[in-house]
Design a protein around this ligand. Structure first.
Ligand code: IMP
Ligand code: MG
Length: 178
């Protein structure tokens, strides 16, 4: 089944059921690692909010969540700059942080953000992304958990948008080629 968003057509890439299974498995892994640490999840808005909500609820021990807004994309292309549009109000010193990202493309957003976090002396930083495009990577980023590695193509769904549309699609859809 193809879907149309604005001027572009998208075809299925990852089914909703596979998304759910993978996110539950990631939540369990995180639980084993940080179950007794009262971790602070940091969700990067807007794209990661859907994944973060599911991952957060797959974690069964006490934990907290906060949100930051960073922006580097306009339409289907990276603008080459990362802006902090909204920051965190919590003190991060000594905290176990879980950085939750929707997708790592060039790595620019996370590279910039992780540097900013390390300066605030957290006890640990665990970095998790739902999707990663290994062929698009330009900035070094240490990632601890990846949901799925995908081809270097534009995708929507599960929080990811094309000019603000598509975030509520339950699976992942990829730009149709030809
Ligand atoms: P990076 O800084 O180049 O790694 O880009 C990361 C951000 O760009 C993500 O948090 C997304 O918001 C956005 N992005 C990258 N690739 C895609 C895509 O295929 N679809 C939708 N948004 C994307
Ligand atoms: Mg986006």
């Amino acid at each position: 089944m193809t879907i149309q968003i604005h001027d572009l057509r998208f075809v299925p890439l990852i089914e909703e059921a596979d998304v759910r299974l993978r996110v539950e498995a990631m939540g369990k892994e995180l639980q084993e690692k940080l179950g007794d640490k009262n971790p602070l999840f940091i969700s990067i808005l807007s794209g990661a909010f859907v994944f973060a909500a599911d991952l957060f609820r797959a974690f069964e021990s006490p934990c907290e969540i906060g949100f930051v807004k960073l922006a580097s994309y306009a339409g289907t292309r990276s603008t080459g700059e990362v802006q902090t549009v909204m920051g965190l109000s919590k003190n991060l010193e000594g905290r176990h942080l879980v950085v939750v990202e929707d997708i790592i493309d060039t790595g620019r957003t996370l590279h910039y953000f992780l540097e900013h976090l390390q300066a605030q002396k957290p006890a640990s930083v665990t970095t998790i992304t739902f999707l990663r495009k290994p062929d698009a990577l330009e900035f070094p980023v240490q990632v601890d958990m990846v949901g799925f590695d995908i081809e270097n193509k534009f995708v929507v769904g599960y929080g990811l948008d094309y000019d603000d549309i598509g975030r509520n699609i339950k699976g992942i859809y990829v730009l149709e080629t030809n």
